[in-house]
Each structure stands twice: as C-alpha cells, then as structure tokens.
Write a protein that binds this ligand. Structure first.
Ligand code: SF4
Ligand code: SF4
Ligand SMILES: [Zn+2]
Length: 256
C-alpha cells in the first residue's frame, strides 16, 4: 500500500484523501517548493542504486558525485549546419574589427565554474569525468559554438595579423565529418574538435555542478571519489577516480 501523509509537507495543512497520496496540498507555493524535495528524492534513489553496485574492493564510503551523460546520436554533419556556422563566423569577424583593444578586458562572456578554482580545474580527474559524461553541456553550442566577436578580437590581438577570410577558413577547417545531433557543431566522437586556444571563453571556463561534486568528493573521501553518469535516475557509467584520473570503470548498462 502506498505511503500516505495526513498533513502537507509544505505548509502542514490537513490533506484530503487524494492529496495525501502525494503528501502535498494544491497551494501553488507548496507545489513550487516541492520541486526541490522531489529532486532530492530522485537523487537519493539514484545514489542507492549506485551504492548497491559498488564493488567491495573499492574504498569504503567513498563519496559519490553525479554527472549527466550525453545521449545524442553521432550523425554526419549537414551542409546546412556548416553554412550556418560560416554565416555566424562572417558576422563576428566583421564585428570584431571595430572592437576596442582587448589588452585589459576581453569582454567575452564568462561562465560559471560552480566554485571550482583554477588550480582544481586542472585536476586530471575532472578531464576523466568529462570523458565519462561525453560532453552533455556541449548541447548549448549549437551552430555557433559560443564564438562571439570578442573571441575573435582576443585572437586577433594575441596572434599575428591574419586576414578575415583566413580566420573563417581556420575555424571551418576543424569541423568533424560527424558530430552529435542536437549538440555543438564541433562536438565530435572523441570530444571537442576545436583546439582549446581558439574556443570561446564560455567553453574554456564552464565547469558543471557534477565536477564541483567530484572536487568536493576527492576532499571528503581522502583522495577517492565514485563518479557516476546518470540518465533519468539510472546510472549509465560508474568510475572510481582519484586526483590523477579514473582508476576503475564499471558499466551498469552492460550488467543488466
Ligand atoms: S562540464 Fe559537466 S556536463 Fe560538461 S562535459 Fe564535463 S561533466 Fe559533462
Ligand atoms: S566548441 Fe567544443 S567545448 Fe565548446 S560547445 Fe562546442 S564541442 Fe563543446
Ligand atoms: Zn501545503
């Protein structure tokens, strides 16, 4: 029989029979606040599934960090996407010409690091975690890869003068033959096909919450953290990592 509550877990009011099944009243405010509760419940369910699958040989009580997972299909790159990127590049290269000198402030859009420091961002464990995830965050790159006039201006400033058409062709030369559907045009089978130096600031800076959990986990777990990719509530990959990277990887999907 389903668990039933007499009172709303948001405001404490008495619940009708129908409301008691979900444990919350119909007040929109209670329902809004309950989203967080439900997320926590799903997270706890996922953590329990992962705990049940951790081999006995792994360190006891290692903290668990949850990461997303790219589930898009790898498909041949369409001409229409390449044309869209070319149009975008033509526009930002032209706009970059009239921007001020970026010596002190590049003006590029910044991205959150979720509290991870520059030094922590270099930990090989984070690279391993992104490898497990497969680039879920690159879905936001679309056909423009977060490239903006200020990115081009930074490159024009740092590098020797290069003709506008050469800059455009240079970017186009890194396009993969196949990239992930509904993700960035540069999102290829083995990760980003664009060299780090010419990626946008957003791409070079962004670190997701899951990576912050890995950093915290390594601290709390005295050097060890279990890192799991999750789709819905199901773990799709589980790895034991230390600061130097992945030590051992399980594939829960293959075990089912
Ligand atoms: S930053 Fe987070 S979402 Fe992006 S690839 Fe790395 S683990 Fe995945
Ligand atoms: S340019 Fe690279 S890092 Fe940036 S969104 Fe595209 S694939 Fe991801
Ligand atoms: Zn309520």
């Amino acid at each position: 029989m389903a668990w039933q509550a007499d009172n709303c877990r948001g405001c404490g009011c008495e619940l009708s029979k129908t409301q008691s099944v979900r444990g919350i009243c119909d007040d929109p405010e209670c329902r809004r606040k309950d989203v967080n509760f439900q997320q926590q419940q799903r997270r706890q369910a996922t953590l329990q599934i992962i705990r049940d699958r951790i081999p006995a040989s792994w360190p006891d009580n290692a903290p668990i960090a949850l990461l997303p997972r790219n589930t898009n299909a790898l498909v041949p790159l369409l001409d229409s996407r390449i044309k869209a990127l070319r149009r975008h590049l033509e526009q930002i290269v032209a706009e970059a010409r009239v921007l001020p000198d970026p010596e002190f402030n590049t003006g590029e859009t910044s991205a959150t690091t979720n509290g991870v420091s520059v030094k922590q961002a270099d930990l090989p464990a984070l690279g391993a975690a992104c490898g497990l995830c497969g680039g879920h965050c690159c879905a936001t790159g679309g056909n423009s890869a977060w490239l903006e006039p200020d990115t081009i201006r930074r490159l024009q400033y740092q590098l020797l003068p290069v003709a506008d058409t050469r800059i455009i062709e240079h970017y186009l030369s890194f396009l993969p033959d196949s990239s992930y559907e509904n993700s960035c045009i540069y999102h290829a089978e083995n990760g980003c096909s664009l060299p780090r130096a010419i990626r946008s600031n957003v791409c070079n800076q962004y670190l997701c919450k899951g990576l912050a959990e890995v950093v915290q986990g390594l601290e709390d777990g005295v050097g060890y953290c279990v890192t799991a990719t999750v789709t819905g509530v199901s773990p799709t990959g589980i790895a034991l990592v230390d600061a130097s990277g992945a030590l051992e990887t399980l594939n829960p999907a293959a075990e089912n």
